[in-house]
Write a protein that binds this ligand. Structure first.
Ligand code: HEM
Length: 150
């Protein structure tokens, strides 16, 4: 396990995003993400919250990221919508390219089959793109955002 391989994420990030999916209207949102550390621990903590254009809360989620071996990252995320994502993938420089190995759903959750997340850090700018197969649609774009370190 190595914190150094993923510590480029650590910080508080704020910015704007855009979302879409064939089953819904497209939307814009503002977002705050915090990647943190805990003394002596070798993982990164993750919390995220978003607001719509009127400032009302939208999606929120939280989880953990760790790197068990060189070039490898693992991410677990819990969402209040009854969804738990487990993603694994590669670290390339200061980018994480992750795909779900499992999406857990509570009985009342919407149908989500798979997800993928690309997170790229370029100095004080963090960009991500999230796609999913949900609502019986093939995997495709749901979200993208650009955040700045605060
Ligand atoms: C920045 C984070 C996110 C924002 C701002 C966001 C926003 C939205 C909005 C506004 C909708 C349409 C209205 C609604 O159904 O609530 C929606 C639908 C949906 N989102 Fe997201 N979402 C986010 C992350 C996610 C993630 C991580 C997943 C899956 C793991 C997800 C899965 C879905 C699904 C399945 C729908 C329902 C589509 C339907 O009912 O046809 N979203 N999202």
């Amino acid at each position: 396990m190595s914190l150094e391989r993923i510590d480029f994420l650590v910080g508080v990030w704020r910015g704007e995003g855009h979302g879409d999916y064939p089953t819904i209207d497209s939307f814009n949102y503002s977002e705050e993400v915090t990647f943190g550390t805990i003394p002596t621990k070798d993982f990164v903590t993750y919390t995220q919250r978003t607001k719509d254009a009127d400032g009302l809360p939208l999606h929120t989620e939280s989880g953990y990221i760790r790197s068990p071996a060189g070039g490898i990252a693992e991410l677990v995320i819990a969402q209040p919508t009854g969804v738990a994502e487990i993603l694994t993938g590669v670290i390339e420089g200061t980018a994480l390219d992750l795909t779900s190995t499992m999406v857990g759903l509570t009985p009342s959750a919407k149908t989500i089959r798979s997800t993928a997340r690309l997170i790229e850090v370029d100095g004080d700018v963090l960009r991500y793109r999230m796609s999913m197969s949900a609502m019986n649609q093939p995997e495709q774009f749901h979200l993208e955002a650009e955040l700045h370190r605060v």
